[in-house]
Design a protein around this ligand. Structure first.
Ligand code: EPU
Length: 408
């Protein structure tokens, strides 16, 4: 692996960024769509694919699966989305072997919902030497998820597509990436009803055919949101293009409440800043369409620069405040009240530091923190950011940020 870091010259309180920045295809959509290619008899073409590290890992896993229905252990142990492959592989080949999936450390990330789902669909599970071996011909089942899970919804939806009979998934996740995938699969012969609502009904059937129809990756709403927050913090005239504004409704409503002014176009959002300080707004993360946990760390950076006191309540994960200590080192007034709640008082001037993001999204939040800090910061471990954001330094440079990648 090529080791690199980002060096960022902070702007302090100057609102210096301007220009246009384009949003790329959504990581958490393309990873699942690639996994779904297992359900097809013919080739599937993918468009608007971000060439990020996680997409490369998923491709490597798919290549490995051509030999046998077993996920490459080292890769799967580093990529949470690898679990999504288990549904289509099991449904198509009647068996799958995989390790406990890795990915960003955000607290507990169990896989009980997947295993319960496979059992309900008639599969047998054996755990041996850290590997799960699942076998069986899948049949439709009525599954109620005790918690809302994005990847469990996607995985069982994909498994059900080739299972025999009808599957009902209740308390399903409603993320737009699920809707995008179901819509595409339906054009290729699947029968999935209710994507984007809490109840999915899937009539299982035969193998799917793309017949030359491409999957078009929808815009990344987390990237959109991160750019919006960056523009609110340090921009004076920034336009975010190639995005889907309605997927950012929760963030936009909070930014509006904070006093940020923006204009919404069909596939763009423009921010024009006045000189007034944004006001602190409290945040509660929630499954879509609520405020995304993946924007929680970036929003914390925003709140360090807003006037007043606010809390962030993290309801999805129980280990997602690992960034708080680093922001405090930079001068933020941030206190972790418990594993689900932080309190932030602002505005506070931040000073440059050497940083290393504890996870992908916090990594990007550090780039934002470094942008509003005084002085030159270093954000180590660029790889963790490259997992989800394509050539971020090139894109942010175009807005006028002095950010460089340096090899270590
Ligand atoms: N959960 C269980 N059992 C399970 C599965 C999940 O208890 O079998 C719990 C989790 O512990 C968590 C909650 O359910 O408390 C919700 O987690 P979910 O399963 O929805 O998360 P995920 O599917 O593992 C996806 C995204 C994450 C994003 C979350 C929440 C992918 C590959 N990952 O993860 O994205 O934070 O949904 O929206 O789609 C990222 O992109 O950086 C990222 C972490």
């Amino acid at each position: 692996m090529n080791k690199s870091k980002f060096v960022i010259e902070g702007l302090g309180r100057k609102k210096a960024l301007s220009g246009t920045i384009a949003v790329r295809g959504a990581k958490n959509a393309i990873l699942k769509a690639l996994a779904a290619s297992i359900l097809f008899e013919d080739e599937v073409e993918f468009k608007n694919v971000p060439e990020i590290e996680d997409v490369r890992r998923m491709r490597e896993l798919l290549v490995g699966l051509k030999q046998n229905p077993e996920l490459h252990r080292d890769i799967a142990e580093r990529l949470r989305a690898s679990i999504v492959l288990t549904g289509p592989v099991l449904a198509r080949y009647g068996e799958v072997t995989f390790p406990f999936p890795g990915g960003c450390v955000l607290g507990e990330r169990p896989i009980d919902l997947f295993l319960d789902g496979y059992r309900a669909m008639g599969a047998e599970i054996v755990e041996n030497d850290g590997l799960f071996i699942i076998k069986g011909k899948l049949r439709g089942a009525h599954i109620f998820f005790p918690f809302v899970s994005v990847t469990a919804t996607e995985t069982l939806m994909l498994a059900a597509t080739l299972a025999e009979g009808r599957t009902i998934l209740e308390n399903a996740a409603m993320e737009p990436e699920i809707d995008s995938l179901a819509g595409y699969l339906n054009t290729c012969g699947a029968h999935i009803d209710g994507a984007g609502t809490p109840t999915l009904k899937i009539e299982g059937g035969g193998i799917l055919r793309a017949n030359g129809r491409p999957y078009i990756t929808p815009p990344d709403r987390i990237e959109t949101g991160s750019f919006l927050i960056l523009a609110a913090l340090a921009g004076h005239d920034v336009k975010i293009v190639d995005c889907e504004p309605k997927h950012s409704a929760a963030l936009l409503s909070l930014l509006a409440r904070a006093g940020i002014k923006f204009e919404i176009g069909e596939s763009s959002i423009s921010l024009r800043q006045g000189l007034t300080l944004p006001q602190a707004v409290s945040v509660r993360t929630h499954e879509y369409p609520g405020f995304p946990t993946d924007l929680q760390a970036t929003m914390a950076v925003f709140l360090t620069q807003a006037e007043g006191e606010a809390t962030i309540l993290e309801t999805i994960f129980d280990g997602r405040f690992r960034y708080a200590e680093d922001l405090a080192r930079m001068g933020a007034d941030i206190e972790v009240l418990n594993p689900h709640k932080v309190r932030i008082r602002g505005p506070r001037a931040l000073s440059a530091q050497e940083l290393e993001g504890p996870d992908l999204r916090a990594g990007l939040a550090y780039i934002l923190a470094a942008t509003v800090a005084e002085g030159t910061s270093v954000v180590n471990n660029a790889y963790i950011i490259d997992r989800g954001y394509l050539a971020i330094e090139e894109r942010l440079s175009k807005l006028g940020l002095n950010i460089k990648r340096e090899q270590i």
